[in-house]
Every structure is written in C-alpha cells, then in structure tokens.
Write a protein that binds this ligand. Sequence first.
Ligand SMILES: CC(C)(COP(=O)(O)OP(=O)(O)OC[C@H]1O[C@@H](n2cnc3c(N)ncnc32)[C@H](O)[C@@H]1OP(=O)(O)O)[C@@H](O)C(=O)NCCC(=O)NCCS
Length: 184
Amino acid sequence: MLIAKGDLVNIRELRWGDLKYLQKWSNDPEVAFWARGVKDVSYTSAGEFRRWYYSRSNSSIKRFIVETKDKKPIGSISYRDYDPVNKVVVLGIHIGEKEYWGKGFGTDAIKAFVKYLFATLDINRIELDTFDDNIRAIKAYQKCGFKIEGVLREARFIDGKFHDVIIMGMIRKDFEKIANRTQI
Ligand SMILES: CC(C)(COP(=O)(O)OP(=O)(O)OC[C@H]1O[C@@H](n2cnc3c(N)ncnc32)[C@H](O)[C@@H]1OP(=O)(O)O)[C@@H](O)C(=O)NCCC(=O)NCCS
C-alpha cells in the first residue's frame, strides 16, 4: 500500500520480497558509509539478513520502501523511537541504488514522508543526525525544511578520523510554514 506520493517517488509499505533489496543496500560499503558511518560492512547472506531483520522487527522502527514512479525500489525511509510524551520521532533514509543519488529523489522522498508523518502521527518534531562530511544529506534535509540545531564536536570516529555529528530537526510550525507557502 502506498503511504505517500512525491513528484519523483512513491513511498509504500514493506513487502516480504523487499528483504533482498534491503540486504543488497545494507551490504553496499558506500551506502553503509554514508548511512551509518561504517567503513567495514559485515556481509550477510540472505538467511542471516532475514534472521537479523526479524530479530529487530519488534523494535520501534517503522520502515518503508522508496520507489520510482515505475515501481523500481531505490531505497528505504523510516521513523523510529516515537516518543508520545514529547511527541518526537527520529527519521532515517537511505537511497540504496547509487545511480539515483544527487538527482532529487532523496529530497522528494523526505518531503513526502515528512508530510505523511505530520499528517498521521501525533508528533510535534522530527529529528535526525548525520556527520559533517555528508553534505549531500545535510543539503537534502535543509531543502525539506530541517534546520541544523547543534553540533556534537568530534563525536564520531569514522575511517580513522574524528567527525562532528550534525543534529537536525523540524518542528510542526516549520512544516506548516512551508506547507502554506508551497501548498503541499
Ligand atoms: C542523503 C540522500 C537521501 C540525499 O538524497 P539525494 O537524492 O542523493 O539528494 P538530492 O539530489 O535530493 O539533493 C542533494 C543536494 O546535495 C547536493 N549534492 C549532490 N551530490 C553531492 C555531493 N557529492 N557532495 C555535496 N553535495 C552534493 C545536490 O546538489 C543537492 O543540493 P542542491 O539542490 O542545493 O544542488 C541520498 O544521497 C542517500 O541516501 N545517500 C546515502 C545514505 C545517506 O547518506 N543517508 C542519510 C544518512 S543521515
């Protein structure tokens, strides 16, 4: 089932057959580097991946598939750690098919997903973090209305070097301003 539509992508619920895509993307060192800041990927077989995935299926993460308008799965987008007291969720995305990087697909997916989250969840805030070298991600989030709220200096040690963690967030007021301006 589709949960959100952008201009370039649709976002749909996860299906059993998507595990092979999630496995492929999670085994790709370049995707893993930008998404999780890890350089050495521990490759998993289909069976191992399935077991790992289902061992986490009761966790607080809700994952969806980002697909092109002709239904090609290109990545995944998720929210996790819903906090009903403070009304916050944490957003995550990876476009796993690398030929789709830098062409607006990620920004389009984030915009559509943010709209879905504010429309369907009782939340006031969406937050995330990334690391200083991930300029593409920082720019994509900013284009969607996220603001840099803080920097944890040298909080991650990635590939032999300390990196700043960039904390970003969007509150409902920001979203409503953008929505009024652009009629989304
Ligand atoms: C981060 C991600 C979702 C962004 O989506 P995308 O479709 O690649 O990005 P977009 O094309 O929508 O926008 C990226 C912006 O960064 C710029 N950009 C693209 N490639 C870049 C690069 N190599 N270095 C710096 N900036 C870059 C683009 O020009 C664009 O900005 P502009 O519109 O001001 O020109 C996607 O690249 C991705 O999934 N990457 C791998 C995993 C990851 O980093 N996940 C996020 C972890 S927090």
